[in-house]
Design a binder for this molecule. Structure first.
Ligand SMILES: *[C@@H]1O[C@H](CO)[C@@H](O)[C@H](O)[C@H]1NC(C)=O
Ligand SMILES: *[C@@H]1O[C@H](CO)[C@@H](O)[C@H](O)[C@H]1NC(C)=O
Ligand SMILES: *[C@@H]1O[C@H](CO)[C@@H](O)[C@H](O)[C@H]1NC(C)=O
Ligand SMILES: *[C@@H]1O[C@H](CO)[C@@H](O)[C@H](O)[C@H]1NC(C)=O
Ligand SMILES: *[C@@H]1O[C@H](CO)[C@@H](O)[C@H](O)[C@H]1NC(C)=O
Ligand SMILES: *[C@@H]1O[C@H](CO)[C@@H](O)[C@H](O)[C@H]1NC(C)=O
Ligand SMILES: *[C@@H]1O[C@H](CO)[C@@H](O)[C@H](O)[C@H]1NC(C)=O
Ligand SMILES: *[C@@H]1O[C@H](CO)[C@@H](O)[C@H](O)[C@H]1NC(C)=O
Ligand SMILES: *[C@@H]1O[C@H](CO)[C@@H](O)[C@H](O)[C@H]1NC(C)=O
Length: 528
């Protein structure tokens, strides 16, 4: 008998509070759960407390008083409600002995927080919108939906992780912030040596080379090669994931207790009727903000920001970008945008400096369009990046003149998931400093930020890039740039609302919609 298979999903159900016909406005849904708890749990609850740092071998650059306060508030805002203690490892080891794999059902009284995603959709209409999940911290959740279209809509609720899994993910980062490691090759003359590098480098007898960036203060270290000096480092690569990190694989089974759809206990469909005079909009007390947009006929329609015209032909895209320079910086999720432009702009020719790493440049000479891409600085899990091409975004932005013809696109989140969130907060603080300077020297510059998105989770992906890690970083990212003159492309909602599976690199129909949103910022519809 496999332990994890006994974690049933039938115990999780949602009720439509208002069944049947609805009018434009909000729909509220109450989900409850009775979850199987492991027996004989160890009473040592892990808190996401600010003071509780165990990763003291990670080096963080010093912050100003103001930044320290901001970091404190950010960490507080993403602190997860208390998660249940880890089961005794003994009970989780894969065993065929049923006596070691028994569960009890505790109905109600569950106070810990699972991660749920909710969406309302209609495949025939190509329509979808994200619902906001509110955790009542008593085992009940509400999912509140904005109803943007008339007609039928199906509710879909997905359990990403039960709270027990979050306990494990949280402690993984505390104990193994270096679980993804990096390597550098050092070379001088005939001698080659490779050593391990990280922002979290465990102290050993071996001396360390300090590659902290002098301008941004971003820390980075490698063990010093035995026979070579620190200045002979020539390239950077992703290492591997450390082995044997956990004994709790059963908590992370795709389709069983991870990324699993929660069935409705009653009807899961609603019919949205047209707005009628005399009916006021039903509003929600729990949720104030509307979603950032929704799909209709498979096209993303923004509910915040400019309306999204459909740049569905390459000539429409060329027309919009005429005379513009678009600089894209970040991870492979914004590299997808470069690839889109590179493939779509007619007559563009692209350099191919090095496979998948960039930097890339696509030039449409006739229309005076330049699009560039460069990856962000370490930690970056790309392979064989020459040291000469390792740049921090903040430093790159310092060399952008800016102006009304300049567009800066940033997408940086995925490679920070395994580290303490402080590493990400500091990286964003330094990027924000550079964005503020850019916008003050050239206020007409357009700055667009791509948010994080959920992905398809395997066990490996979960340890390195669980949606829980992404969600927390996504919150930090949005908070960090709030109030600045920058625009978001809400990749999170655009992936969750779509019918296609969640993927780190979303499929072309989603990318196309993201590019549409980007272009709507560059070329807003007149009078719209
Ligand atoms: C949990 O809290 C919500 C909101 O306060 C309430 O509506 C619900 O009845 C509560 N559920 C339980 C099981 O106590
Ligand atoms: C070090 O690498 C260079 C380039 O690949 C190679 O020519 C050389 O033989 C290597 N040296 C040793 C000692 O392996
Ligand atoms: C690394 O170098 C930076 C910049 O010179 C310095 O501020 C920092 O203290 C050094 N860190 C370590 C661990 O030596
Ligand atoms: C360093 O040099 C010594 C002496 O030449 C050699 O024995 C040793 O193998 C070298 N170590 C490494 C890691 O290359
Ligand atoms: C592009 O969009 C416009 C306006 O929405 C529409 O009229 C046109 O048919 C579309 N063209 C293609 C090729 O999809
Ligand atoms: C850009 O397009 C060219 C020509 O189609 C192609 O050879 C190249 O690989 C593309 N580069 C990227 C980074 O997608
Ligand atoms: C780009 O570079 C890669 C590897 O360096 C190579 O395989 C590919 O053929 C190149 N593409 C073009 C269009 O030159
Ligand atoms: C570093 O670069 C060299 C030459 O470009 C390559 O042969 C080697 O595999 C790379 N090593 C690492 C660890 O990235
Ligand atoms: C994950 O990928 C598999 C295989 O491509 C697919 O069947 C599944 O629906 C995906 N899961 C999610 C949650 O997107």
């Amino acid at each position: 008998m496999k332990v994890g298979n006994t974690i049933s999903r039938e115990t999780f159900y949602c009720n439509l509070l208002t069944a049947g016909h609805l009018f434009y406005g909000f729909l509220s849904l109450l989900c409850s759960l009775s979850v199987f708890h492991f027996q004989n749990t160890v009473k040592s609850t892990i808190h996401s407390s600010y003071a509780d740092r165990h990763y003291d071998f990670c080096k963080f650059q010093p912050l100003s008083l103001k930044e320290t306060h901001e970091e404190y508030l950010l960490m507080k805002s993403i602190a997860w409600p208390e998660t249940p203690p880890l089961p005794f490892p003994h009970y989780l080891s894969k065993t065929s002995d049923p006596s070691h794999s028994s569960f009890t059902i505790l109905s109600g009284g569950k106070t810990e927080s699972d991660i749920l995603l909710a969406r309302l959709h209609n495949p025939t209409l190509g329509a979808g919108v994200v619902g906001q999940v509110v955790d009542h911290l008593n085992g009940s959740y509400s999912a509140v939906f904005y109803l943007p279209w008339e007609g039928n809509a199906e509710v879909e609720v997905t359990l990403v992780h039960p709270s027990e899994a979050i306990t494990v993910l949280h402690s993984l980062t505390r104990k193994h912030p270096d679980r993804i490691y990096f390597k550098s090759l050092f070379r001088s003359g005939y001698i080659n040596e490779t050593t391990v590098c990280n922002v979290c480098l465990r102290p050993t007898q071996q001396p360390v080379c300090n590659y902290t960036d002098l301008r941004t203060g971003e820390p980075w270290f490698c063990y010093k090669p035995k026979n070579l000096s620190c200045d002979t480092r020539i390239n950077h690569s992703k290492g591997r994931l450390k082995k044997n990190l956990m004994t709790t694989e059963t908590l992370f089974q795709s389709g069983v207790n991870m990324k699993v759809s929660i069935p409705a206990s009653g009807p899961s469909g609603v019919t949205v009727l047209p707005k009628t005079k005399g009916w006021s909009m039903v509003s929600s007390r729990t949720v104030k903000s509307r979603p950032s947009g929704y799909y209709f006929h498979s096209v993303w329609r923004a509910l915040r920001g400019p309306s999204v015209p459909h740049f569905n032909t390459s000539s429409a895209i060329t027309q919009c970008l005429k005379g513009k320079v678009v600089h894209i910086y970040g991870d492979s999720t914004v590299r997808q945008w470069f690839e889109y432009f590179n493939a779509t702009l007619p007559g563009s020719c692209s350099t191919n400096l090095s496979e998948k790493i960039g930097p890339y440049m696509a030039l449409d000479y006739a229309n005076n369009i330049l699009v560039t891409y460069r990856c962000h600085g370490p930690p970056i899990r790309f392979s064989k990046v020459p040291i000469t091409e390792l740049r921090y975004i903040a430093n790159e932005l310092d060399s952008v003149t800016g102006g009304s013809e300049t567009v800066v696109v940033l997408g940086i989140w995925s490679h920070f998931s395994t580290f303490p969130v402080e590493v990400y907060i500091r990286r964003l603080q330094s990027i924000r400093r550079a964005v503020v300077q850019l916008l003050s020297r050239a206020p007409d510059t357009l700055v667009v930020i791509r948010t994080a998105n959920p992905k398809n989770l395997t066990l490996y992906e979960t340890i390195t890039n669980s949606d829980w890690y992404s969600l927390q970083r996504d919150k930090v990212l949005r908070a960090m740039f709030k109030g600045l003159n920058v625009h978001l492309v809400d990749a999170w909602e655009m992936v969750v609302a779509h019918n296609l599976p969640h993927e780190l690199h979303p499929q072309p129909p989603i990318i196309e919609n993201m590019i549409n949103v980007l272009l709507s910022y560059i070329c807003p519809k007149k009078g719209g």
